[in-house]
Design a protein around this ligand. Structure first.
Ligand code: 5GP
Length: 190
């Protein structure tokens, strides 16, 4: 049995990773399982524990770091986010494709640690910084200070795109999502 793909979907905060991820998963044109991360961030009104994230305390997160339970983890604007290692490995060993939707530091850790040829990485980029700002503001979930921090970080992150297998522009969700699905199908055919 072929090992499942490890699909990395990264890019600046607010670029629409979550929306594109939901789109490609809902299309059901390429089978994959979403890796639910652990975070110390407070849940947003629309979020459910165990669906978008496992929401945990700072202490519990630290315990998982100490026990080396994360494939990668990163601090992002004051909160911590991490990918549970054993879940990802078990699913891939069962032949399931696993999608990680993670920020750039975490993606770099995965790219440097996981060296098998069944890893495929996507960098989702916004059509412009103006659009990115508009998207973050539309979400209405962050304070002005947090918005400014996220934007500053996004600008610095833009130049990391070259480390990825594919750079996808999120001009329209359907177009970007369909492009990713097409690439995955081609990649898995080899
Ligand atoms: P948000 O607070 O908007 O849900 O997420 C903030 C950032 O953390 C987003 O860019 C999101 O993709 C990223 N993120 C979510 N889960 C993980 C994870 O497990 N590891 C890393 N490194 N980043 C994550």
């Amino acid at each position: 049995m072929k090992k499942g793909l490890l699909i990395i979907l990264s890019g600046p905060s607010g670029v629409g990773k979550g929306t594109v991820r939901k789109y490609i998963m809902n299309r059901e044109l390429f089978p994959m399982v979403f890796s639910v991360s652990m975070t110390t961030r407070e849940p947003r009104a629309t979020e459910t524990n165990g669906v978008e994230y496992y929401f945990v305390s700072k202490e519990e997160f630290q315990k998982n770091i100490d026990n080396d339970n994360f494939l990668e983890w990163a601090e992002f604007v004051g909160n911590r986010y991490g990918t549970p290692r054993s879940i990802v490995e078990d699913l891939r060993n069962q032949g399931k494709n696993v999608l990680l939707e993670i920020e750039i530091n975490g993606a770099e850790q995965v790219l440097s640690k996981v060296k098998d040829d069944r890893v495929v990485s996507f960098y989702l980029k916004p059509p412009s910084m103006k659009q990115l700002e508009a998207r973050i503001r539309k979400r209405k979930s962050e304070t002005e200070e947090v918005i400014q921090k996220r934007l500053a970080k996004a600008e610095a992150e833009m130049e990391k795109a070259k480390n990825y297998d594919f750079v996808i522009m999120n001009d329209r969700i359907n177009r970007a999502g369909d492009e990713i699905i097409k690439i995955l199908k081609e990649f898995d055919r080899d």
